[in-house]
Design a protein. Structure first.
Length: 447
């Protein structure tokens, strides 16, 4: 087993946009300026970014189907120098989840699937509810839930109902992990909107906060109470809350808005199914859990939590291996050879895409072609002139990888530079292989 660090962020941005000069390194745990103990940053392996109330007017949603929303774009820009690739963004109106994976882990990404639950206006509207992404990474399953539950102090029961509806209403296609809680690891983040019970006034709460008396206030925390009673979220755990209430602030200021009673609305919970495998114990260790008070764009404060989990050691065998080649030519057809292990289930809808070498999202491919259909072991490429090349001919393929080729048309790449190839599975939404970096150059006209 090996360590794998997951960094989670929840932020209700209240339809605001990030400032042009905002530095997100500290928010993403990549800046030691505020650290009293260390000048070293251990970069996470996966970032789970959950936003609520991202501006969701029709023109914004249409624009964001083509480009990242401003918050996701800013985070992607911040993470790019650290070798991260955006593997998915899921949006339901103002709820946005984006996942960023360290490039070295891409070929171990498996079975990505997304679901959502609408809870606004009796389940008809997506301004409240949850979006979920499940995936496999290094042999372990993971479910990532970003939610925005019913607001206001008096609607605790409605928030409990939201939770139950999300759990029962989302069923993934993989039978072993059909339920959110069936996954090896679950991270549930968002604006859960649980408030403080009791009759304590805003001013009294603010006075207790100023004294650092969080423990007394948290005795009235609704989320803590419903977890203890078993009504909601009792299956999940939460690290101790040691930061001040995250809502509601006067926008742009450090002052609480006394019109609303401050509360810990923004939370991050987790679960591990420790004994999911024989002779192996899965583990999760909470490394940090905090709010970031100097990010003032919204009336909420962002909250982050980082976790160290255990995943299976990466396998040496490559499912899809691209054979080495030195260069491509722009404006020309280019053939690529690659090997597929015989046990891998592939589909005619699998595809191979070319990316610039410094790509930061799996959505920004330059061109793609569909992968060749698998040939049975007795077939010879000479008998299938219309099929893509299989250079192993009529040999027995049962115990070793089968070699194929595809041709990228001359319109695929028009600019010189460094590129890579990725093999994507259509059926399982997995990444099965990535090539080494290669150069694309303009062919000498005298050749």
């Amino acid at each position: 087993m090996e360590d794998f660090i997951v960094y989670t962020l929840t932020y209700n941005v209240a339809t605001k946009f990030p400032g042009t000069g905002d530095d997100f390194k500290q928010l993403l745990g990549l800046d030691t300026t505020f650290s009293k103990t260390s000048t070293y940053v251990k970069v996470p392996d996966l970032y789970v970014i959950g936003m609520q109330e991202v501006k969701a007017q029709p023109q914004n949603i249409v624009w964001d189907t083509l480009f990242d929303d401003p918050w996701t774009a800013k985070i992607r820009e911040t993470l790019a120098p650290f070798g991260f690739v955006k593997i998915h963004t899921l949006r339901m109106q103002g709820l946005v989840t984006s996942l960023f994976l360290k490039r070295s882990h891409l070929i171990y990404l498996r079975d990505v699937e997304t679901l959502w639950t609408r809870r606004g206006f009796g389940g008809m509207w997506g301004n409240k509810g949850a979006v979920s992404v499940r995936l496999g990474i290094h042999g372990c399953s993971m479910c990532l839930v970003n939610c925005h539950l019913t607001p206001h102090d008096q609607f605790m029961k409605e928030r409990v109902d939201d939770y139950q509806e999300i759990l029962t209403g989302q069923t993934f296609s993989n039978k072993e992990t059909s339920n959110i809680l069936f996954h090896d690891y679950v991270f549930w983040i968002g604006d859960l909107n649980f408030r403080l019970n009791g009759n304590t006034t805003s001013n009294d709460i603010i006075e207790n906060v100023s004294k650092g008396s969080y423990s007394e206030l948290l005795k009235e925390d609704q989320l803590t109470q419903v977890r203890r009673s078993g009504d909601a979220f009792s299956e999940l755990q939460e690290m101790p809350v040691t930061f001040p209430p995250t809502y509601k602030f006067e926008t742009g200021l450090d002052n609480y808005d006394v019109k609303r009673r401050p509360g810990w609305t923004d939370r991050i919970l987790y679960q591990v199914n420790a004994n999911a495998y024989d002779n192996v114990t899965l583990k999760v260790e909470g490394l940090s859990y905090k709010s970031h008070t100097h990010y003032r764009a919204s009336d909420h404060r962002p909250v982050t939590a980082s976790f160290q989990i255990r995943v299976f050691r990466p396998t040496i065998e490559k499912l899809v291996e691209f054979l080495s080649f030195s260069t491509w030519n722009t404006g020309a057809t280019n053939k690529v050879f690659f090997k597929i292990v015989p046990t891998l289930e592939t589909s005619p809808e699998d595809w191979i895409a070319i990316f610039k070498a410094d790509f930061t999202s799996v959505d920004e491919y330059v061109a793609y072609v569909y992968a060749p259909a698998r040939l049975s072991s007795h077939q010879d490429s000479s008998e299938n002139e219309d099929e893509p090349c299989c250079r192993d001919g009529g040999e027995d393929f049962s115990n070793r990888p089968v070699e194929y080729s595809v041709v990228f048309p001359e319109t695929s790449v028009n600019f010189n530079g460094s590129y890579v190839l990725l093999y994507f599975s259509h059926a399982s939404r997995s990444v099965y292989g990535m090539s080494d970096t290669f150069e694309c150059v303009t062919r000498d006209s005298s050749d």
